[in-house]
Design a protein around this ligand. Structure first.
Ligand code: ZN
Length: 193
């Protein structure tokens, strides 16, 4: 069965008999995250259905913003935009950046990515349009832990993010679920009560 059909088939079955927990009012009522937390993390498939339970969280607890390599690429990039909505519209009070070991971005380089794009028929003019920005983004990612630390720093020092929002960070093992290399954002918020 082709994928979309298969997904819709599953959806029918799910809706006909949803897990009891999914109808809980405290989860379905309202868009505000119960833990007042936004997580910035990687789109890695191993984190799906794994990162949140490994941190004791579930549906309704946090806003989760994902991209390749949990990167922030500019002062007003897509991640920062989502964080602004989280903070000013959804009452988020803390941010957690989660990097992970074995991140695929460590092994991606701009030239390799561009070669693949051209081979698949992406127009060279289109590639040329983004080439410089693409290289700055992809080729600056060497080490997942260093990248996580940089993302924490970029959010913390972003002039659009209020100073009283603690920005935490950690590294996550996609096999064991263990969190380490903890950065405690409270340590940088001495004024926070
Ligand atoms: Zn990753």
């Amino acid at each position: 069965m082709e994928l979309l059909k298969c997904l819709l088939e599953s959806n029918k079955k799910f809706c006909a008999n949803p897990p009891v927990d999914y109808a809980r009012e405290d989860v379905t009522e309202g868009k505000f995250p119960k833990r007042k937390l936004a997580i910035v993390t990687c789109m890695d498939t191993r984190l799906v259905d794994f990162l949140e339970p490994a941190l004791g969280m579930g549906r309704g607890d946090a806003k989760v913003i994902k991209n390749a390599g949990n990167c922030v690429t500019g002062v007003f990039d897509n991640t920062i935009r989502s964080l602004l909505i989280c903070i000013f519209e959804l009452d988020v009070r803390e941010i957690l950046v989660v990097g992970h070991y074995e991140c695929g971005m460590e092994h991606t380089c701009a030239n390799g990515l561009i070669d693949k794009m051209l081979l698949r028929g992406v127009a060279p003019e289109a590639v040329a349009m983004v080439q410089q920005e693409l290289a700055m983004w992809v080729d600056s990612f060497h080490d997942a832990e260093q990248n996580m630390r940089e993302t924490v720093e970029k959010i913390r020092s972003n002039p659009l993010i209020p100073r009283d929002i603690p920005v935490h960070g950690l590294m996550f093992h996609p096999r064991s679920g263990l969190a380490d290399k903890i950065i405690d954002g409270y340590a940088y918020c001495p004024d926070k009560v």
